[in-house]
Design a protein around this ligand. Structure first.
Ligand code: PNS
Length: 171
């Protein structure tokens, strides 16, 4: 009998991008259930979107997947993964520059829970330069980011637009 594999795709998602969606689509193909998990207590500075807004955007953007759910978590990822019965964490790697941080995180998570595997997936090449931080910055300066984020994110970004103001929060 085959075992059902549940995985977590964690992140800040401030906001979700098509790069994130691409990784979600790839992940959903190889696991039985994928939980997209938004970190609630991010230490990256003030986010542009509230956790509830990010949750709504991700729910809307992933509603076409039958095996993807959206959740939020606080504290250690390994503990959330354990509570969810997940065997793996999926992380996207866009370029070599992502690797060092991701490798460190994967090794720390392995130290904390040797049973939890990290799977790295590469998004489509056309999204290798896309980050939440750049999306926010370019949008605030009037650039067209509509092909780089889900439609719901374009709509939500419009509600946040403050002409001439710096955009708070990192990726
Ligand atoms: O989208 P991000 O900001 O790169 O995601 C980072 C995230 C949420 C995956 C990472 O910060 C995380 O897992 N935080 C939870 C705290 C934790 O478990 N830390 C130990 C692992 S280094």
């Amino acid at each position: 009998m085959s075992k059902k594999v549940r995985a977590i795709y964690p992140g800040t998602f401030d906001p979700p991008t098509n790069g994130h969606l691409d990784v979600i689509a790839r992940g959903a193909k190889i696991v039985d259930h994928l939980v997209v998990a938004i970190l609630r207590n991010a230490s990256k500075g003030t986010p542009l979107f509230t956790v509830a807004e990010r949750e709504e955007m991700l729910r809307e953007a992933t509603k076409g997947f039958g095996n993807v759910s959206v959740a939020t978590f606080d504290g250690l990822l390994v503990e959330f993964a354990r509570a969810q019965g997940a065997k793996a964490v999926i992380r996207g790697i866009r370029a070599v520059s992502d690797y060092e941080y991701e490798f460190q995180m994967a090794m720390m998570n392995r130290k904390l829970d040797p049973e939890l595997e990290t799977l790295f997936m590469m998004p489509a090449e056309k999204y290798t330069y896309v980050s939440s931080r750049l999306i926010k910055g370019v949008f605030q300066l009037g650039g067209d980011i509509s092909s780089l984020v889900p439609p719901v994110v374009v709509e939500r970004l419009k509600t946040k637009k403050v002409i001439g103001a710096a955009v708070p929060g990192a990726e």
